[in-house]
Design a protein around this ligand. Sequence first.
Ligand code: SF4
Length: 216
Amino acid sequence: MTYAILDCYTDEPAGLGVPPYLGTYPRYIYGYLKKQFPNEKIYYFTIDDLRLWKKWGMKDPNENLPKSKTTNITVYNLTKHHQKIAEILSDETTEIIVILGVHVPGKYLSAMPGTLKEVTPLIADLPCKKVLTGPAIFGTQLFGGQFTERIDKTVFETRAYNFNFAEIASLSLEGTEIVEQIPWMKMLEIETGKGCNVGKCSFCTEPLKSKVLYRN
Ligand code: SF4
C-alpha cells in the first residue's frame, strides 16, 4: 500500500490549516499511518501540487515571474514531490486521503483552499481509493452564507479521524516527519482542546466533532 495525503487546507474556529500554517489533520493522519503501516510509503501533497499537474500541465506560472506580475497563489505551495505527482498518484498510490473544509472563510494571502467542487473532478479518475476527511465531512463552503457543498459518494468514502489526546500525544510526534516534505517556512498548529460547550455559533461544527476534551 502507498498512501497519499492531499491537503486542500482547512479553516475553522478551532484551527487554521492554510499555508503557511500546517493544520493538525495532516500531521495526525501522517502519524497514524506511520504507526499503523510502518513499512508503507506516505506522501504529502497539496491542492497546489494537484492544480499544477491537472490545470497547468506542470508549467509553473510563478517560475521566473517578473516583479511587476502578481504571484499565482493557487499553485504557490508546492511540496517536495510535486514534480512526480502524476506518477505517484496514477501508478503508486493505493489510497488518497483528502483533507478539506473551510468553515470560517477568510482572505488568504499566499494560498487558496480547495473546494469539493474543484477537487472532485480532479481526482475522480485516479485508480485508487479516495477518502474524504476534515471539516468537509460536516459540511463546507469556501464563501460564507452559502449552502454547503455536496459530497459525491460515488467518488469518496468519508472517514473521521477523531483521536483523543492520549492518542494525539504519540501521533503528533510520529507525524512531525511530514515537515520533511514541505519546503516552505511553516507554522504548525497545536491543539490544546477539542469540542465546545460555550458557543452555539451556526457556522461552527466544533460542538459536533468532539465532546469537550482538554490536553493535560
Ligand atoms: S461554537 Fe464554540 S468553538 Fe465554535 S465558534 Fe462558537 S465558541 Fe468558537
